[in-house]
Design a protein around this ligand. Structure first.
Ligand code: FMN
Length: 385
């Protein structure tokens, strides 16, 4: 049995799949449901000194009407999700009196999320600490260039509480590393990333934006965010010594493994839990466990940060190398042939079985690698690995 438990800043989680601040962590009851659904730890919805006035509508899937299915499922679930939800509309007093206690009753570690200014966190930090939470994440939705205001929040919170604190960073920064480094002296971990935005999505049937906030803007989450999140997790993991918690676009165990290979100690899920319900946490944890077992790994440590050595500053190679084909794996589906913009792939018949397999026309091949990435059976590969 693979051990999925993980300790971060002295807090032990039964598995690395945590809730993220958002609707699935909106109150005590939702956090209890997340625990029942198999979450390893409970990160609550962000609170601030006054309840949020949430514009409505405040959630939308991107491209509901796009007539595309992927393996039979509507493609929108694999793309993006927008929200304009802000922080909790429940007063902080009620969180302190009731919601955290309900979550604590599950026996899982509970992390409060608070925002946003130094004054806000200096006030809320000690209150949530006294309510018995195990750690505090502070949310930043900062869009400026200067890391100082974010570091100031971290410093103020550090001076206000004794329990572990985590900085949650936003992706729309010119360079996330200086921000991570600026908060590092004060925090016990960094959570990457918050939603990306602002973004705009218009319903072409009505000509109106789908969301009800300022200018119809929303903030992007879900699978469309995952490559940005994984890049941020990798950059931060390389730059700081404190643990990084990855969040963004996780719908399955392989998504979580990708974050962990980029350096994450644990992951959080928001959009996936909105779309699927609280069972997603246990499902993803189980899929991570299966992945580790099937690939011969004993623990999360075996894969954590595994990809970092493959992220060189300069390209590894600039000459084209034509992919080869493992004819045993090739089903002859022709997806690679259709995808190749250089017309460098042909379907040919195998002499012995008359089965069709794909073949690279080496002279035409640009070595772009799209066919390798798109092949459903991994029959196409670069000979160098
Ligand atoms: C509807 C919604 C509400 C959110 N509310 C918060 C919040 O209160 N505080 C916060 O730090 N992040 C908030 N987030 C961001 C998520 O916690 C998470 O960082 C982001 O959505 C990326 O993860 P995902 O792709 O799994 O959703 C919210 C996201 C969504 C979709």
């Amino acid at each position: 049995m693979v051990d999925l438990s993980v300790e971060i800043a002295g807090i032990r989680f039964r598995n690395p799949v945590l809730t993220a601040a958002g609707p699935p962590s909106r109150d005590g009851e939702a956090l209890v449901e997340a625990a029942r659904g198999g979450a390893g730890g409970l990160v609550a919805k962000t609170i601030s000194v006054r309840p949020a006035e949430v514009p409505r509508p405040c959630m939308a899937v991107v491209d509901r009407d796009r007539p595309v299915k992927i393996r039979g499922f509507p493609a929108y679930t694999t793309y993006g999700f927008l929200n304009s939800e802000l922080w909790s509309d429940i007063p902080y007093q009620r969180w302190i009196e009731r919601e955290y206690a309900l979550a604590k009753g599950t026996g899982l570690p509970v992390i409060a999320s608070i925002g946003y200014t130094p004054e806000d966190v200096a006030k809320l930090g000690p209150l949530v600490e006294r309510a018995g939470v195990d750690g505090i994440e502070f949310s930043t939705h900062y869009v400026g260039f200067d890391p100082k205001p974010v570091a100031e929040v971290a410093k103020t919170l550090r001076e206000s509480v004794e329990i572990p604190i985590f900085a949650k960073l936003s992706p729309h920064l010119p360079d996330i590393v200086p921000f991570a480094k600026a908060v590092e002296p004060y925090v016990d971990g960094i959570v990457a990333i918050n939603t990306y935005g602002p973004t705009l999505h218009i319903d072409v049937e009505t000509g109106k934006p789908l969301l009800g906030g300022r200018y119809g803007y929303g903030w992007l989450s879900g699978p469309a965010l995952k490559p940005i999140a994984v890049r941020c997790v990798a950059e931060i993991s390389k730059a700081v010594r404190v643990p990084v918690i990855g969040v963004g676009g996780i719908l399955c165990g392989r998504d979580a493994v990708e974050h962990i290979m980029a350096g994450a100690y644990a992951v959080q899920i928001c959009t996936g839990a909105i779309l699927e319900g609280p069972g997603i946490y246990g499902r993803v944890a189980k899929e991570i466990e299966e992945f580790l077992r099937e690939h011969g790994y004993d623990s999360l440590e075996d894969i954590r940060g595994m990809a970092l050595k493959w992220l060189p500053e300069k390209p590894l190679r600039t000459v084209a190398l034509a992919p080869e084909v493992d004819v045993e794996r090739c089903t002859g589906c022709g997806i690679c042939e259709r995808a190749c913009v250089y017309h460098a792939i042909e379907m040919v018949e195998l002499a012995d079985s008359r089965r069709k397999v794909s073949k690279t026309v080496v002279e035409k091949c640009y070595g772009c690698g799209l066919c390798v990435s798109i092949c459903p059976t991994r029959a196409r590969y670069f000979p160098e690995g």
